[in-house]
Structures are given as structure tokens and as C-alpha cells.
Design a protein around this ligand. Structure first.
Ligand code: PEP
Ligand code: CO
Length: 448
């Protein structure tokens, strides 16, 4: 891939741009983005093309997408151990889902770039002091001081650096034999040994027998030692995304080289806005979050802007309705999109419509409410001509206490024990595995 230095990707500059940091020194931003433009791509055109093909398969019901990772990655927690545990969790979930769906699972991490956050309020007030909100490590610091909260463009270079290091780890872990399905499944055995998860033991045993059968029948396990794990993040910071948008020398096409899959958030999906504009012409597979207030008209406009020719796998709608709304809000949207005819991949994000604050002030989500939204999603899509193509969740490989419920009955009182997220509550390692067993059960019903 050759970088065309003269390429000015700036049509978005004339459009309204929500959720951008107010940098005190615009010239500093310019110096930083010039440097970024000279840095090598983080992902490559061929990889993005492969993922687009796989998303197309998921849209046709021939694959299932697992997209997961932190709400907000932080520079501090981008350690080898924490990234390894997250990858491990995603791979473990993928084995269970592959079995449940009897389909290939497309693995995508909210990893290696998920460092910027949209906020519902631009400022935060504590004890009468008002400062800019924390917008993710790509923008400012979490500490509640004027200095930490001041947006610093230098952080865009740190974002690039951390993303590159994380991608390097991902590539090593997924290509070096570590992801061998036989090994990954033995990790799951530890999970079902815990009496709390006994109800999943039978399914785990079935997977065990399936792997043994494959082995006995001489299946090619060498090939299965290598897996593809793609990188995704919200394309929020326009200066960063623009600087990472490059021309592919082979095809002359544009690619966003900061991640394989980019999505536009619920707060920035204005069809005539800068975020839609910045992803409009890149060839990557992209997503848009769709909340309960979206109308069929909104979705038509987004399809017109983002996938006018109806290319399969190009556009994913990630629905985040809320468990109490999805069964009413989603059917007319799916129907309208089907009527349009241009293909869309439907994925459920059962996290963002179900956030609550406890009386003690913790932002949390309830495991059963999350599952309720997943159930609603499956029942709506199963009654349509489209397919329930995947799951988008916030998770970590660590034993945090941020989401309540699950078979271990994590209750509100335990939230304080290990609450580490800086933005939204994540499923911990065990809760993530439990979700994968529950969704595997649903996928089987869907097949039956
Ligand atoms: C997110 O995915 O972390 C997020 C902010 O989602 P949404 O745009 O759907 O609110
Ligand atoms: Co979030």
C-alpha cells in the first residue's frame, strides 16, 4: 500500500461534526495529523476486503459475527496480559458459538483502536467544579483536574502507537498456534467445572465429543491453528480517522487503515454529518448503531449515503434498542430495509440500551436484561426474511464486577469490589462465556 501524500481527504470538514474535542491549539493538531499521515497503515486493504466478504456471508445466514471488547480501551490497560485475556475470552466464546450455530464465526475485537468516546454531556461537575468530560484516552485524561481533562492532540499519536502494539499482539496470538481449537476448548472445561455453570456442562461435553470425532476422522487441525481476529472501533475522532485514510496502490481505492471495521455511533449517525461523510468512500466494512428512535427514513438515508449500490457485507446495522423496546421498534425497521432491497447485516448490541444507575451510583447492566434483548433480537429477525447475523458486546477477560446477574448472581453490593471501567460496565470473563452458551442455545433453536 502506497500512501498518496497529496491526497486531501477533507470533504467532511464542511459538514456538522458532533462530539469533537475542542483542542486549545489547532496548529498542534495539524502537526500531529501530518505526522500520522506519514505513519504506516495499521491494517491492510486485503484484510478489510476479506472481512467485508465474511460480513456478507453473515448477512446471508452463512456465518455468525462475534464483536466484542472494552467500552473504552485505556493506554494503561493495553498490557500484554489484559489483551491476551480478552483475546482468549473471544476465542473461547467463538468455539461455543461455532458449535451452536454450525457456522463459521467471524471474530472482531473492540480492540486496538477503541480509545475515543462520545459523551452525553460535554462537561462534568463535581463539588461545584466543572471540567470537560473524559472523552477517552485518545482525547484527554480521566483524572478530574483541569490539566488532565484538557484535550491533547499528542494523544492521537499515542493512540496510533498503542493500536499498533495491540495489533502486533493480536497477530502473534492468533497466528502462532495459540488459537488452536483443541487448546481453546480445554480452557472452557474450567468454566463448566464451576457448579454455578453446571447447566452448560452437557453442551460443553457435546463440543468435546465433536472435537474428538474430528480428530479421529483425521480432520486437518493444522489449518485450524490459525484464526483471523479483526480489529474494530468507533470512528469518532475525525482528525485521526482522516489521517489514517489512505489510497490503496493496487486498486486506487480508499481505505481507512486504522481498523478493519469502523462503526458510527448512535450520537453521530446524522446522514448529512461529518462521520457519515468520512466513511462514505472507504471500502472497509462499516457499521452504524441504531437506537430506538431511528426511523425507516433515517435508515434509507444512511443506506443511500453509505451503500448506494447495495454491496453485500458493506453495511451493518448494530441495533441497540433496549430490552423493553426491541420487540416493537425493530420489526418495522427490518421490514422497511427488506423492502428497499439493498442488503444490510443485522447485529445486536444488547448492552447500550440497557444501562442503569444503582442507588449507590454505579452504572451497571443486568445480565438477564441483556439476554432479554438478545432473545428479542433473535425472535424479530427469525420472523423476517433477514438473519440474526451477530452479537456486539462489551466485555473484558478480567474478573471485574461491573454487570450484575449471571449464574453466579453477582449482586449490587459486589459492584464496588472490582469496578474498573472508565465508561460503560462490561461483562466479565465468566459472564461472557455464559452469554456465548446462551446464544449457542438460541442459534440451535434458530436452526431447528
Ligand atoms: C459504544 O459502543 O460504546 C457506544 C457509545 O454506543 P452507542 O453509540 O450505541 O451509544
Ligand atoms: Co459503551
Amino acid at each position: 500500500m502506497i500512501i498518496d501524500e497529496s491526497f486531501p481527504w477533507d470533504s467532511w470538514r464542511n459538514l456538522p461534526a458532533a462530539q469533537q474535542p475542542e483542542y486549545p491549539d489547532p496548529e498542534h493538531v495539524q502537526r500531529v495529523t501530518e505526522q500520522l499521515r506519514g505513519r504506516p497503515p495499521l491494517v491492510f486493504a486485503g484484510e478489510a476486503d476479506d472481512l467485508r466478504d465474511k460480513m456478507a456471508k453473515a448477512g446471508r445466514g452463512e456465518a455468525f459475527v462475534l464483536m466484542g471488547g472494552d467500552c473504552a480501551e485505556t493506554f494503561k490497560a493495553s498490557t500484554a496480559d489484559q489483551i491476551r485475556l480478552k483475546i482468549q475470552t473471544l476465542l473461547q466464546m467463538a468455539v461455543v458459538l461455532t458449535y451452536g450455530a454450525s457456522l463459521p464465526v467471524v471474530k472482531v475485537g473492540r480492540i486496538a483502536g477503541q480509545y475515543a468516546k462520545p459523551r452525553s454531556s460535554a462537561t462534568e461537575t463535581r463539588d461545584g467544579v466543572t471540567l470537560p468530560s473524559y472523552r477517552g484516552d485518545a482525547v484527554n485524561g480521566y483524572d478530574f483536574t483541569e490539566e488532565a481533562r484538557r484535550p491533547d492532540p499528542q494523544r492521537l499519536l499515542d493512540t496510533y502507537q498503542h493500536s499498533a502494539a495491540s495489533l502486533n499482539l493480536i497477530r502473534a496470538f492468533t497466528k502462532g498456534g495459540y488459537a488452536d481449537m483443541r487448546r481453546v476448548h480445554t480452557w472452557n472445561a474450567g468454566f463448566t467445572k464451576n457448579p454455578a455453570y453446571a447447566r452448560y456442562e452437557a453442551l460443553a461435553q457435546e463440543i468435546n465429543r465433536a472435537i474428538k470425532f474430528m480428530q479421529a476422522a483425521g480432520a486437518e487441525f493444522e489449518g485450524l491453528k490459525v484464526v483471523d481476529l479483526y480489529s474494530a472501533h468507533e470512528a469518532l475522532l475525525l482528525e485521526y480517522e482522516a489521517a489514517m485514510t489512505r489510497v490503496d496502490s493496487r486498486s486506487g481505492d480508499l481505505y481507512n487503515t486504522s481498523g478493519h471495521f469502523l462503526w458510527i455511533g448512535e450520537r453521530t449517525r446524522q446522514p448529512e454529518g461529518a462521520h457519515v461523510e468520512i466513511l462514505r468512500e472507504v471500502r472497509n466494512p462499516i457499521g452504524v448503531k441504531v437506537g430506538p428512535n431511528a426511523t425507516a427514513e433515517d435508515l434509507y438515508k444512511l443506506i443511500d449515503r453509505l451503500n448506494p449500490d447495495g454491496e453485500e457485507g458493506r453495511l451493518t446495522f448494530i441495533t441497540r434498542m433496549g430490552a423493553d423496546k426491541i420487540r416493537d421498534a425493530l420489526p418495522p425497521l427490518v421490514e422497511a430495509v427488506e423492502k428497499d432491497g439493498r442488503p444490510v447485516v443485522w447485529i445486536t448490541d444488547p448492552m447500550h440500551g440497557n444501562t442503569v444507575t444503582t442507588s449507590t451510583g454505579y452504572k451497571t447492566r443486568d445480565f438477564e436484561t441483556i439476554m432479554d434483548e438478545v432473545n428479542g433480537f433473535f425472535s424479530v429477525l427469525s420472523q423476517s426474511k433477514s438473519h440474526p447475523a451477530g452479537l456486539h458486546i462489551e466485555l473484558t477477560g478480567d474478573d471485574v464486577t461491573e454487570v450484575i446477574g449471571g449464574a453466579e448472581n453477582l449482586d449490587e453490593l459486589r459492584l464496588k469490589d472490582r469496578y474498573e471501567t472508565l465508561v460503560d460496565p462490561r461483562l466479565n470473563h465468566q459472564q461472557s462465556l455464559e452469554i456465548s452458551f446462551r446464544v449457542a442455545e438460541l442459534l440451535r433453536e434458530d436452526q431447528a
